[in-house]
Design a protein. Structure first.
Length: 423
């Protein structure tokens, strides 16, 4: 089973929750093959994967919407949930009448603190018990559904104030502009503000870019790295926190040059590609930075599945810089003028050509739950279902551990930036 956590934003484009979009089986397999796969009837594979990786890996602790079938209601979902009830919202995949024999199971889970969301109501009528029991309703913004969606939204506002409408299937900026003031509580979209061609890059980002470029050579100059870090209090805090966590309590390190030499080239390069890359996007929606780092690790993990084990380093850089235009808020071609990247990465990002381009396209399809295209590529590449799922889960847990390890440092960086206090 493949599963991806897609963000749900509020009006200010802040992530408030995530929703699981899952592929229970490769939809292009034959019927005989599909019958041998887990069908998710009475147990939830999504909850099992959530338990394996943890909520922080998928959503950094924010609530998650988990699609379930009617049959899954009979499988003791509360026993399968390891996360607190307030963090789980079950999404009924099909309309459920309050007269159904499954409805008491909904009420029992609700009594335990779980919330429910519905894709669309079985009927639009005041006083429907299922609609009154739910907390959210998903309303499609696809062109062919807009008239029905508008009627449903007005009806919900009038009769079901308990229901928070969530706008889904937002693919264009125009459709996003049209719905943002219509009363929706959350929005499912991967749209961000477009890059502005004339925007200048801020000084903190300039330092981060200089640092990224400085460590690209295999034997980079420690002194050059130290000089860049010295000029930026935010980078200084981050580096010293990393180094002192590696040193013993009686051997605290306060010299930048000593710090760089202490941890060595490998660890400096690793720090640059994680903490520094994250700091590049601290004034952009945090989902952009999350995508950048998870995508870098996911693409790196896919190297053997695409027969590119010798290109692991280039694939990581490809994922890391695949949203650098949004991070720097400038067009991609200009953004790549600021950083040192291999030609194969540049071709994939600017022209969607070259050996690496198919891997990036595959990862984007995966992130957007475009399961038809994902399934086709899995067959063409003879990609084992379990290994693909593990590649994504491994990227998520890597990101979770990275954020957990560096959370205190990030708070210090933010306070320093806000106050301008010297280090």
């Amino acid at each position: 089973m493949q599963i991806v956590a897609v963000p749900l934003y509020d009006r200010e484009m802040k992530e408030q929750a995530y929703i699981f979009r899952d592929l229970k089986e490769n939809i292009l397999f034959s019927t005989s093959q599909a019958l041998n796969l887990f069908d998710g009837a009475s147990t939830s594979e999504a909850l099992r994967m959530l338990d394996e990786a943890g909520l922080d890996a998928f959503t950094l602790g924010k609530p998650v919407f988990v699609p379930i079938s009617e049959i899954a209601l009979m499988g003791g979902l509360h026993a399968q949930c390891k996360e607190p009830p307030g963090k789980i919202i079950f999404v009924l995949e099909k309309p459920l009448s309050s007269h159904s024999h499954y409805f008491p199971l909904v009420l029992a889970l609700k009594a335990r603190g779980y919330r429910f969301a519905i894709n669309y109501p079985i009927k639009l009528a005041p006083g429907d018990a299922m609609l009154e029991s739910a907390s959210y309703i998903f309303l499609s913004q696809r062109e062919e559904r807009l008239d029905a969606t508008a009627r449903t939204l007005e009806f919900v506002k009038r009769h079901y104030r308990n229901l928070t409408p969530i706008a889904v299937h937002i693919y264009t900026r125009e459709s996003h502009r049209q719905v943002v003031d219509q009363g929706y509580g959350l929005f499912e979209t991967r749209l961000y503000e477009p890059a502005r061609p004339g925007k200048e890059i801020g000084p903190f980002k300039v330092n981060a870019i200089r640092l990224i470029n400085a460590v690209q050579d295999e034997n980079f100059d420690f002194e050059a790295v130290a000089d860049i870090v010295r000029g930026d209090p935010v980078l200084t805090i981050s580096l010293l926190k990393l180094v002192n966590s590696a040193a013993n309590a009686r051997n605290q390190i306060t010299s930048i040059q000593h710090a760089v030499a202490f941890i060595g080239q490998r660890e400096v390069r690793k720090w640059v590609t994680t903490a520094v890359s994250r700091s590049l996007g601290d004034d952009r929606p945090s989902e952009i930075t999350r995508i950048s780092l998870i995508r870098a690790r996911f693409i790196e993990n896919l190297a053997p599945l695409f027969g590119m084990g010798n290109l692991v380093g280039e694939l990581f850089i490809l994922g890391l810089f695949s949203v650098i235009d949004s991070i720097l808020d400038i067009p991609m071609d200009r953004a790549l003028e600021q950083v040192v990247v291999p030609d194969s990465v540049r071709l994939a990002l600017t022209e969607n050509t070259g050996a690496l381009a198919p891997v990036l396209s595959f990862v984007k399809d995966y992130e957007n739950a475009a399961w038809g295209r994902v399934s086709r590529q899995m067959i063409l590449s003879d990609m084992p279902d379990g290994e693909l799922a593990q590649a994504y889960l491994s990227a998520l847990t890597w990101y979770r551990d990275l954020i957990a390890m560096d959370s205190q440092t990030f708070e210090g960086e933010q306070n320093t930036r806000e106050t301008g206090a010297p280090v």
